[in-house]
Design a protein around this ligand. Structure first.
Ligand code: GUN
Ligand code: ZN
Length: 443
């Protein structure tokens, strides 16, 4: 069959900038109520009002999604695939939660076949929630990353992932060494980084589980492979912060530990970053580092309330993360619902426009991937989601009472979930459709 352009018709929305920084939010997005998204060879050709794209549509195969919403694929800037099976683990805050639930779950990923099965379930969970790109933690086992990348490659997903580096303060069965983590990470970078759409993140778990020697090795890898990402946790829990102080007494702060070991950069993403002082925020800003804001996780582990406006004012890029399995949902809609409440508790507002920006273009920017994904600019990769405004009869009823785009989007992010995801496209190919069999159900 001849390769052919496809025109997807529907209500098309995408962002061109940050609505919270624009004088008028309308300047930051384009919405075409009778819109068309034209795709060819996996890339966006054009987006606009359908009646104005007549000539292009005539040359295309047409798929008409009518009054469904077509938006760029969601971007999850922080998630742990090996924790898929232990989501909703009862009763603990971060450090005890790690000991009691997380480490035992991660032990199993030395088994490549096990890692492959969980990778399948995990990637299906992402796609069935409309998430097309994620920044992902593996486990300490290189096999875990091989399994995930292999599966993501077969779906042609743009995914960033890495093997955990962890050489102290965890059970022996999960420890590597400064040397082995360096060697294994280097081999994985050479094997996977820039293979198709896949990218590698150097992944020290967090400062408490790495010796100074291992953090030095991580910084050395970043220097040798400057176009790789750095992915870790920062300032999530008060007990954790005290622990970092005692482990690194010469450093002036938790952020300074990462900065000292040359792990801050414009491709470094620090999950949580809840309890930072002004100096730490300034370090993130001056190094161009990003933060993954993980609302469901921060509430579930009782970690604290992320200060979104402080970070924006300081010029620090922020993306949204689910942080499954401390996070309680793969859905970026449910994540936005909780994000709004975290901002509410600080007497501020998260508009639906800002929310959907964060889940798409803002996420792409925070991962330095906005030259490839995040909106429907001509030439970008065609990752998109077809959303049913009425995911349930009640949602359809509630939507029937809305009177503006903002209200429709706010209702969607507040009561929406995976039932609203009608279809998910990756590089112009449909990889999920509602009703598709879930890999977890195979015997
Ligand atoms: N800090 C170190 N490891 C983890 C983890 O697995 N999850 C979360 N939420 N925080 C961490
Ligand atoms: Zn995490």
């Amino acid at each position: 069959a001849q390769a052919q352009k496809v025109a997807y018709l529907g209500q098309v929305l995408h962002f061109t900038g940050d609505p919270s920084q624009a004088t008028n939010p309308q300047d930051a997005y384009q919405y075409f109520e009778k819109g068309a998204l034209i795709v060819d060879k996996g890339k966006v050709v054009k987006v606009g009002i359908a009646s104005e794209l007549d000539a292009l549509i005539k040359q295309s195969k047409v798929i008409d999604y009518k009054d469904k919403l077509i938006i760029p694929g969601f971007i999850d800037t922080h998630i742990h695939y090996p924790q898929t099976e232990m989501i909703a683990a009862f009763g603990e805050q971060l450090l005890d939660w790690l000991k009691k639930y997380t480490f035992p779950a991660e032990k199993q990923f030395s088994d490549k076949a096990y890692a492959k099965d969980v990778s399948d379930i995990f990637l299906h969970q992402l796609l069935s929630n409309g998430t097309t790109t994620a920044l992902v933690f593996g486990t300490v086992h290189p096999e875990s990353v091989d399994a995930l990348f292999s599966q993501a490659k077969s779906l042609d997903m743009r995914l960033i992932a890495g093997k955990v580096m962890m050489d102290r303060n965890a059970p022996d069965y999960l420890l590597d060494t400064a040397k082995s983590s360096y060697d294994e990470t280097k081999a994985l970078i050479q094997k996977w980084h820039n293979k198709d759409r896949l990218l590698y993140a150097i992944t020290p778990r967090f400062a408490p589980t790495s010796t100074p020697e291992q953090l030095t090795a991580a910084g050395q890898l970043k220097e040798e492979f400057p176009d790789t990402w750095v992915h870790t946790h920062l300032s999530e829990n008060k007990g954790e912060i005290e622990w970092v102080k005692s482990l690194f007494p010469d450093r002036k702060s938790y952020t300074d530990v990462y900065d000292f070991y040359k792990l801050t950069s414009d491709k470094s993403i620090f999950a949580h970053s809840i309890h930072l002082d002004d100096d730490e925020v300034a370090t993130l800003a001056s190094t161009g580092s990003s933060i993954a804001f993980c609302p469901t996780s921060n509430l579930f582990l009782g970690s604290g309330l992320f200060k979104l406006s402080t970070m924006k004012e300081a010029g620090v890029r922020v993306g949204l993360g689910t942080d499954v399995g401390a996070g309680t949902s793969f859905s970026m809609l449910e994540t936005l619902n909780e994000a709004y409440k975290i901002i509410q508790l600080q007497n501020q507002k998260l508009s639906a426009f800002e929310g959907f920006y964060l889940a798409t273009l803002g996420g792409a920017k925070s991962l330095s991937l906005d030259q490839y994904i995040g909106n429907f600019e001509t030439g970008k990769e065609a990752d998109f989601v077809v959303i049913d405004w009425g995911g349930t009869p009640f949602q359809a009823y509630r939507q029937s009472k809305t009177t503006s785009l903002h209200e429709k989007l706010f209702v969607l992010m507040t009561i929406g979930d995976d039932r609203n995801i009608h279809a998910t496209y990756v590089m112009g190919k449909k990889q999920f459709e509602q009703g598709m069999a879930h890999p977890a159900t195979k015997s």
